[in-house]
Design a protein around this ligand. Structure first.
Ligand code: RRO
Length: 312
């Protein structure tokens, strides 16, 4: 009932982890692989060399909403290339963060026989490049990045996008994506440069960068949902969509699919609740679908209706 596809790759369920959340170590990746409710295993964004990341505390949440400045802590791409996942799709997130580093990583996955089924490119980390801004916000650089990446890599790939706001941005990004034809896009990375303050200690809740960090969870759900919808109406089914942002229950997942998502990723809620969240969302999503008489995701995917209700 919950199976879905990204290009030619089949996922046993449409629910999996967001990159960065409980997916950095080999043990965490194996836990995701062994959980039957998880539709794919996605890694933490990787760099060429292993990175420790930013000083702690670098993550904070209040159950609903999170802030992080993790600083790309990861094992380095070679470690992720050696992980074996055989029972479901294995997706490696590639950060770079420079284009040359991204190319080094991508060439490895092009040349070597790994168990990686797809790459999720990450040109949208909110915690780096404060002076130049995120790559995916710069039309010229984003196009050049995708030109070089697609020259080097012939396998399946998707792109994790930052949140966009205006029609012209959705139009511009769609033009670029139509030229490079990723299999999927993920909407969206965390919202850059938020701030949580602890009124008791009178400090910021995280330490790096004076407390500024990427916001995830409940607060960004309407934004990420809108991004899915905006791209759904522009892609005409040619690029698959993964919704990511504030999904904490099956109702949230249902809304993302109505907006046009083929699959959904869980970040803040997975960090907070752990592995059980996948079972809860899968079970409850099936119950909601049965209540609406839907047997498969394609029965309602993208079918958001116009609101013609009259206020009394
Ligand atoms: O590691 C991070 O600080 C981080 C990354 Br790479 C990202 O893409 N998104 C995020 O919220 N944090």
């Amino acid at each position: 009932m919950l199976t879905t596809t990204l290009g030619t790759v089949e996922l046993p369920t449409c629910v999996f982890n967001a990159s960065g959340v409980r997916c950095t170590t080999v043990e965490e990746l194996n836990t995701l692989a062994n959980n039957p409710y998880v539709g794919a295993v996605l890694t933490k964004s990787c760099t060429v060399k292993p990175r420790k990341g930013n000083p702690e505390p670098r993550y904070y949440d209040n159950q609903m909403t999170s802030i992080n400045s993790n600083g790309l802590c990861n094992l380095g791409y070679k470690a992720y290339g050696s992980v074996q996942v055989s029972n479901k799709p294995y997706i490696v997130s590639v950060a770079g963060p420079s284009l040359n580093d991204a190319l080094t990583i991508i060439r490895h996955f092009e040349a070597e026989d790994t168990s990686c089924d797809a790459l999720e490119l990450n040109p949208s980390c909110p915690n780096l490049s404060q002076n130049s801004g995120q790559l995916a916000y710069n039309k010229k650089n984003f196009r050049e990045y995708l030109r070089r990446v697609t020259e080097a890599y012939t396998g399946m790939y998707g792109i994790k996008l930052p949140p966009y706001w205006f029609d012209y941005q959705f139009d511009n990004v769609t033009d670029i994506l139509n030229d490079f034809k990723p299999t999927f896009v993920t909407c969206c990375n965390s919202l850059p440069n938020g701030l949580f303050i602890d009124s008791e200690t009178e400090t910021s809740c995280i330490r790096p960068r004076n407390g500024f960090g990427g916001i995830g969870g409940h607060a960004i759900k309407p934004i990420a949902l809108a991004n899915v919808r905006q791209f759904y109406s522009r892609f005409h089914g040619k690029i698959a969509l993964i919704g990511c942002g504030g999904i904490s229950c099956a109702k949230d997942a249902f809304e993302y699919i109505l907006a046009g998502a083929d699959a959904i990723q869980i970040g803040t809620k997975f960090m907070y609740s752990g592995d059980q969240v996948f079972r809860e969302i899968c079970d409850d999503l099936q119950t909601i679908m049965t209540g609406h008489d839907y047997k498969k995701l394609s029965d309602f995917r993208g079918q958001l209706k116009e609101n013609k209700l009259i206020n009394k």
